[in-house]
Design a protein around this ligand. Structure first.
Ligand code: SAH
Length: 452
């Protein structure tokens, strides 16, 4: 019996999807933040549930051979990068192994999984940063939340962000300190500046800075714009977003442009995208290209196919596919995302992509009932995977191939098992590292229809 508030020694044998170390004592699973496979650790149990416990890492008694010194001095405190203290190649290996093992355990699918496609330089990869803003001893602080809390860790530079953020953080701190601008306090719900969000176009170098305020009045905003213009190379847009709600959601409804445009542009491959303060865009554009090229390769299009892109978001994959297909049909539940998808098709002069707003489990069967069928299907569902109605309709449509893009190996394994039983066999599995130093893994699978 594992008891609470007791010390235990154990070996870490795996990493969970949030980057937490996993070990066992007498067969009982214990999660240990900061532990990596191969570590022998001493922990104190802080939570004990029926089927697992959570331990606080007290000491690494014998370090894993894959332990390294993270380049970030606050890596242990910050909730952002959970496995930065693990050698990068070892991170890639463990992600591959997790996909293979999950397919086997949950999906009963025994298939070799390719080596994870990683980044040449797994740093400075994020194009979007969100800094909560606070005050300590009368001075502005900006950074990231401490693991599992809303306590701000002050940061000058974040190693996984685009380096332009350093100049933004410096300028905003200077602005707050110089003009005594108040910052938002979650407890009292008073104070003005809540968050600063930056977005950077990796290929264009264009920068957008968004100031999220609790209220409309932003004193000295001309000076803020001036400071940012003087300091931030590539600055194209300064935008104020108003959020006066008591919520953890960063953005409020209303957005006001303080300087420049209200969008920046970036490319993934040859495709151009307009990015606004609130619109979704993949945060690692370099690996997004790697992932989509894999999806496109697996789709194996000859130019004559009708392709469904189910869970299409802002249509990024759809537009990639459209260049090689007769027609692409994108399906997505968020109306704002579909508006972006249509605009993105237009600015890229793509006229063979159509988009439908609604739940995939409703739209896809409806299209099929209207005799609109796919030759190839791409799905990229959220973490919970595909609804059965979606999978059933795909099977009934009898496309030649299904390309499954997944951010969650567990639901991927479940859905692949379901498709296997219905004649779609996984022939290649490729993990891609979209978020180095975190536990997340993205996977693309090619499924082929048997005995067509
Ligand atoms: N393929 C896109 C985004 C995939 S993320 C890209 O590469 O950018 C998953 C998407 O599924 C999100 O955009 C989410 O809004 C959407 N979604 C979630 N549940 C859905 C449902 N039931 N039907 C359709 N879309 C859904």
């Amino acid at each position: 019996m594992i008891e609470k508030n007791k010390l235990y020694q154990l070996e870490i044998i795996d990493i969970g999807h949030s980057g937490e170390g996993i070990g066992r004592v007498d067969g009982f699973t214990i999660f240990v933040d900061g532990g990596i496979p191969g570590d022998l650790v001493e922990i104190k149990t802080v939570i004990v549930k029926k089927s697992y416990a959570v331990g606080r890492l007290l000491k690494v008694l014998s370090p894993s051979s894959n332990r390294t010194n993270p380049i970030c001095s606050i890596a242990d405190e910050c909730g952002g990068c959970q496995i930065m203290h693990m050698d990068y190649q070892a991170q890639l290996d463990i992600k591959r192994n997790r996909v293979e093992e999950t397919l086997k355990r949950i999906g009963k699918v025994d298939i070799h999984v390719n080596a994870t496609l990683g980044m040449e330089n797994p740093y400075q990869y994020r194009n979007k940063a969100q800094f909560p803003v606070g005050i300590i001893n009368g001075k502005a602080i900006m950074g990231f939340y401490k693991k599992g809390s809303h306590q701000i860790v002050d940061t000058e530079a974040c190693h996984i962000q685009h380096p332009i953020n350093e100049t933004v953080v410096k300028a905003i701190k200077e602005f707050i300190n110089k003009y005594n601008i108040s910052v938002y306090d979650e407890k009292t719900r008073k104070g003005l500046i809540r968050h600063v969000v930056t977005k950077v176009g990796y290929q264009t170098g264009e920068v957008m800075v968004v100031i999220i305020t609790n209220g409309r009045e932003l004193p000295h905003k001309e000076s803020l714009v001036k400071l940012l213009k003087e300091n931030v190379k590539g600055l194209r847009a300064v935008v104020q977003n108003i959020n006066d709600k008591n919520t953890n959601v960063i953005f409020g409804k209303e957005t006001i442009t303080l300087f420049g445009k209200d969008t920046i542009e970036d490319y993934i491959g040859e495709l151009k995208f307009k990015i606004s303060a609130k619109s979704f865009f993949q945060v690692n554009p370099i690996q997004t290209k790697v992932l989509y090229e894999k999806a496109l390769e697996y789709a194996d299009l000859k130019g004559v196919e009708t392709v469904f892109d189910i869970y299409c978001g802002i249509g990024t994959i759809s537009l990639f596919l459209a260049q090689r297909a007769k027609k692409v049909i994108g399906v997505e539940v968020l109306e704002a995302a579909i508006e972006n998808a249509i605009a993105n098709a237009e600015i890229n002069n793509i006229s063979n992509a159509e988009f439908y707003t609604g739940e995939a489990e409703e739209i896809v069967p409806k299209l099929y009932a209207e005799d609109i069928k796919a030759d190839v299907v791409v799905v990229d569902p959220p973490r919970k995977g595909c609804e059965k109605a979606v999978l059933d309709t795909i099977v009934n449509m009898e496309p030649k191939r299904v390309v499954y893009v997944s951010c969650n190996p567990a639901t991927l394994a479940r859905d692949i098992a379901y498709l296997h039983e219905r004649g779609y066999i996984a022939v290649e599995v490729q993990p891609v590292d979209m978020f180095p130093h975190t536990g997340h893994v993205e996977t693309v699978v090619k499924l082929q229809r048997q005995n067509p």
